[in-house]
Ligand binder design. Structure first.
Ligand SMILES: NC(=O)CC(=O)C(=O)O
Length: 274
């Protein structure tokens, strides 16, 4: 990895898809003006996070207005745009998908959320599998100046997935996500820092801004954690762009002092990709 600037855009999401798309574009443009080379959007940034709405907001890769905006903007701004996630239609299925575009507007990668958020929490029951299908691929994006692993929200709770991405050589784990007011205070910082410390990589997680009137209230507090586990940037709950410089020397230093990856006992255990 070369040194590079990464921005996370914490933006509000409304029920107006057209507004959400142009609002996201404005935010990405602001981040690029501030010098970002990699810009990250939140989970479901063009659609309220309500499972029953996903099919009606969904778009296909070939015809989607959100997808077209992301490709055009990445090209015009000469950036890598990790496009949060959107409901993606493919045949009979809808997926929670992150499209990443490169500086020529080319598609660098597509991650479909692998672990669907099916949970029964106090006052919060979510069943993503009622309208979504699961992804079946690991996503590593080679952006030239850095290697990015993508996971979406609930995926972060499965450390095996992060470890496999790290073994594939990523420098930064990018996680569009929308924790809520129950799991956010309990687990947001903890899981993001844990994945960084376990794997000695940068972790950047992008949340929507909090909207207390929404059916599903996102936690906010988008965060970037360094390979030592220190929080190097953290948003509040409103709209905000946070920006950090990713430094390969920091990864080398932490791994040199605490060589966790080379001290694994692969004669005793192993995580394998099937
Ligand atoms: N929304 C999610 O996918 C996950 C989440 O909110 C959590 O893990 O907590």
């Amino acid at each position: 990895m070369d040194k590079c600037k990464l921005a996370v855009c914490q933006i509000k999401v409304t029920s107006d898809k057209g507004f959400n798309i142009s609002h996201a574009e404005d935010s990405v443009r602001r981040a690029a003006r501030q010098g970002a080379q990699v810009v990250v959007l939140p989970e479901m940034f063009n659609c309220p996070y309500e499972t029953h709405l996903f099919p009606s907001y969904a778009e296909s890769y070939s015809k989607g207005e959100t997808v077209q905006m992301m490709s055009r903007v990445a090209d015009q701004l000469d950036i890598v745009l990790v496009g949060g996630s959107i409901p993606e239609r493919d045949g009979d299925f809808v997926y929670n998908t992150c499209f990443t575009f490169g500086p020529r507007g080319d598609l660098l990668g597509r991650h479909r959320k692998v672990h669907l958020f099916d949970v029964d929490l106090p006052n919060l029951k979510v069943q993503e599998s009622s309208t979504l299908g699961p992804g079946n691929e690991l996503t590593v994006i080679d952006a030239g100046f850095c290697k990015i692993g993508v996971m979406i929200c609930f995926d972060v709770r499965f450390p095996e997935l992060a470890r496999l991405l790290v073994l594939a050589g990523i420098d930064v784990l990018v996680i569009p996500a929308a924790f809520n007011l129950i799991t956010g205070p309990a687990h947001w910082d903890l899981t993001m820092r844990a994945r960084a410390v376990d794997n000695q990589v940068y972790v950047a997680a992008a949340s929507p801004a909090r909207d207390d009137r929404a059916d599903y209230v996102a936690y906010g507090h988008s965060i970037v954690v360094d390979p030592w586990g220190d929080v190097v940037a953290r948003a509040g709950t409103g709209e905000e762009i946070i920006m950090v410089e990713l430094d390969p020397e920091k990864i080398r230093e932490v791994r040199g002092r605490l060589p966790l990856l080379t001290q694994r006992r692969t004669d005793l255990y192993e995580i394998i990709r099937k």
